[in-house]
Design a protein around this ligand. Structure first.
Ligand code: GUN
Length: 721
């Protein structure tokens, strides 16, 4: 007997439509939070919205019917085994006759594996490299898998090298047999060796078939690690492989499907998972939860709910027949898996995937160890592929957030804060001229303490007084996560930390002060610490008050242009020499004019900058040459103030983008390597002329690979009539 979790009827879901032929196999990223991305993978049986899990369906034992996965759980793709299908006549013949979709009664995306895992479990398989790809093609699979060589973690280096090389040797014949319609997985092997994983990523990522290369890169050989909860090594392998896998290919963790691992795996760039855990664990009376596995035998109440279990108590379920119980628990496990993936996708949308990974890391000691190891790689990246991936995670993360930053022990190591602090350390400069028109180096540093944001209310008076006293003062605010220039007082997350009131009374130690001043190149100056008084704002500064405030406003614009747009502060000083600003009722600068032209506004949610077309033109004049076209390898130009980053547009797109349409991947010929996701950029033609300005939606590296999706969200075209 099959237990359906409840009797409510489910509306029939229509079959998916095939993608446009020119989109087959393309991957598009629609939103990102650092390395985590929301993607769309185009196939002949619909679009896979990633990150997602392909439930494993054993064609001989269908614990949950594929049709029900489609109808009830909206599972848009599943994975089954082509080798098992090929081996059993009763499956092979109908698959060849009617196709795999009819055999499984499933209209969505069908992915198949090739028998490699069986060779790992049983020793060998008797199918040929080309034969198994041909079979997958003939039964109408959407995404097949070549017969890779499973690299076990306990193999010698030589054996693992052979597994990588042999897999790569089989790639071209496999892509040839796959033909035009069958997309292929190109697995990455290499055991625990970072360099072998990176080498495999390079080899497999650069394979080209007649129609296309591999559509997806699964990371293989990791099941033995997950079985033993060796999560640190799992994530080490992921980071090493990711260093060389082309960014426009989805990454799949082969055999990974425990919800506990989803947030960190996704935060580090995983797009696809597959697993039979939902059914295997159920057969063993175990429940999946986002925080680990729970045995049915121990429960009085459910630790987490699903529609499958809502109407039952643990005792009732224990008393069911084995088969009925196992089906019911499979439903629960699949539901929980889907719910956790939805939670991760939502976290990517609202910029909190790292926070979720951090929370989940506390659910298991092994995962916590892995998380702490990842943090170490971010804070102190090495020279190898793992360090390269770590740096890329930081630099691809939008440094500012519109949402509150939760205070916690790991706060200093979050990728967006590491990015923001690195930008502060490299791009911020102390003023060279002062409100009293003197032009010289600073005389002292003043740290304002004991005030909570908004600092323009709680600390402005004290700042103005300090500047009146000594015009050549660099004013810093003490925040729970470090010292920041007063001019950046409305930049979130610094000004938007969620924690107890005590945070703002926290005393920063002398060592910490020294380290921060060193980062800001202010170590050699005399230091004063001023406790912010109950605001003397109204009278602070006396008759100099307005002059000092106008000077602070100007410094704010110079500092933000430096931080978010890479503009040299000396050039910004010239730009702002005739600056005026309009303030809101809450006393924030809203419109900033240069020579009476509205050029920019601080963004209200995060304090970064929003340019107008006038502002874009002004910054463009400082940097009028076009960026270089993409080369075979991304060129990283060194320098703190390289000017506002530019994207070089293909001629065909100029009429559209010039009118204000978004820049689409595939029309980008080059981009400055210091482009920052979420921050302003210019779009220029091959002569360097301004076509538009907007917000970068991808890194320069991504732009050199992707052929689908939005590269720049354009704010305004420069060629509008
Ligand atoms: N399933 C789990 N691991 C692997 C692997 O390394 N290769 C293939 N093809 N399938 C897998």
């Amino acid at each position: 007997m099959t237990t359906r979790p409840s009797s409510d009827t489910v509306a029939v879901r229509p079959d998916p439509s095939p993608c446009r032929p020119q989109d087959l196999g393309k991957f598009e990223v629609t939103a990102r939070d650092g390395a985590a991305r929301l993607g769309l993978l185009y196939t002949n049986h619909g679009v896979l919205a990633t990150p997602m899990l392909l439930p494993v369906v054993n064609p001989n034992i269908r614990t949950i019917e594929p049709r029900e996965m489609w109808e009830r759980y909206h599972v848009n793709g599943l994975i089954t085994n082509s080798y098992v299908t090929w081996k059993h006549e009763k499956l092979r013949d109908p698959a060849l006759k009617d196709g795999i979709h009819a055999l499984l009664d499933y209209p969505g995306v069908i992915v198949t594996d090739s028998g490699t895992f069986q060779s790992y479990v049983y020793g060998d398989v008797e199918v040929g490299v080309e034969e198994i790809v041909e079979f997958q093609r003939n039964i109408g699979v959407d995404i097949g898998t070549m017969l890779d060589v499973f690299g076990r973690p306990d193999m010698t280096r030589e054996e693992l090298e052979n597994a990588v090389v042999e897999t790569a040797d089989r790639a071209t014949p496999s892509l040839t047999v796959a033909g035009e319609e069958l997309l292929l997985n190109g697995p990455i092997q290499g055991g625990l060796h970072e360099d072998l994983r990176a080498h495999a990523g390079d080899l497999m990522g650069s394979m080209e078939g007649e129609h296309r290369g591999f559509a997806i890169h699964p990371i293989g050989g990791i099941v033995p690690l997950m079985e033993k909860q060796r999560y640190r090594e799992l994530f080490q392998i992921l980071l090493a492989a990711r260093a060389t896998i082309p960014p426009n290919r989805p990454i799949h963790l082969f055999g990974c499907g425990h919800p506990l691992l989803f947030p960190l795996a996704i935060a580090l760039g995983t797009d696809l998972f597959d697993s039979a855990a939902y059914a295997l664990f159920a057969r063993d009376d175990r429940l999946l939860t986002p925080e680990g596995t729970v045995k049915l035998g121990e429960l009085t109440e459910w630790p987490c709910h699903s529609s499958a279990l809502f109407h039952h108590t643990p005792k009732e379920v224990r008393e069911m027949e084995k088969e009925e119980r196992s089906v019911l628990l499979s439903h629960h496990n699949l539901e929980i898996t889907q719910v956790e993936l939805a939670r991760c996708r939502e976290a990517i949308r609202n910029g909190t995937i790292w926070r979720l990974a951090e929370q989940r890391s506390h659910a298991s000691p092994q995962l916590r160890e892995a998380f702490e190891w990842v943090i170490e790689q971010l804070v102190d990246p090495d020279e190898g592929p793992v360090g390269q991936s770590a740096l890329r995670i930081i630099s691809s993360t939008n440094p500012v957030r519109g949402t509150a930053e939760h205070f916690g022990n790991d706060i200093d190591y979050r990728p967006h804060l590491l990015h923001l602090n690195a930008m502060l350390a490299t791009r911020w400069r102390a003023p060279g001229s002062w409100w009293d028109d003197s032009v010289s180096s600073p005389e002292r540093v003043v740290i304002l303490t004991g005030a909570a944001p908004p600092w323009r209310n709680s600390a402005l008076g004290t700042a103005v007084e300090a500047l009146r006293e000594e015009p050549r003062s660099v004013i810093l605010i003490s925040t729970p996560i470090g010292l920041i220039p007063f001019t950046l007082e409305d930049v979130s997350p610094w000004c938007h930390i969620d924690g107890s009131d005590d945070l703002w009374r926290m005393v920063i130690s002398e060592n910490e002060i020294d380290a921060w001043l060193d980062d800001l190149s202010l170590s050699n100056l005399p230091l004063d610490i001023h406790e912010c008084l109950p605001d003397p704002d109204e009278i602070a500064g006396g008759d100099k008050r307005q002059i000092i405030r106008d000077w602070i406003d100007r410094c704010t614009v110079v500092d933000k242009l430096s931080l978010f747009c890479g503009i040299n502060p000396k050039l910004s000083c010239d730009l702002t020499s005739n600056m005026s600003a309009r303030r809101s009722r809450t006393d924030r600068m809203v419109n900033v004019n240069f020579d009476d032209q509205h050029c920019l506004s601080p963004r209200l949610p995060d304090g970064a900058l929003s340019l107008t077309l006038n502002g874009a033109r002004a910054l463009h004049e400082l940097n009028p040459n076009p960026p270089r076209k993409f080369q075979s390898e991304m060129e990283y130009i060194e320098g703190d103030h390289l000017g506002i980053p530019r994207v070089l547009l293909h001629d065909d797109a100029i009429p559209f983008v010039g009118q204000g349409r978004n820049v689409i991947h595939g029309f980008v010929l080059g981009a400055d390597s210091h482009l920052i996701v979420g921050q302003p950029c210019l779009v220029v033609d091959s002569e360097g002329n301004l076509v538009a300005h907007g917000i970068a939606n991808a890194t320069a590296d991504d732009m050199s690979f992707f052929t689908k999706g939005i590269a720049v969200k354009v704010r305004d075209g420069a060629m509008k009539q």
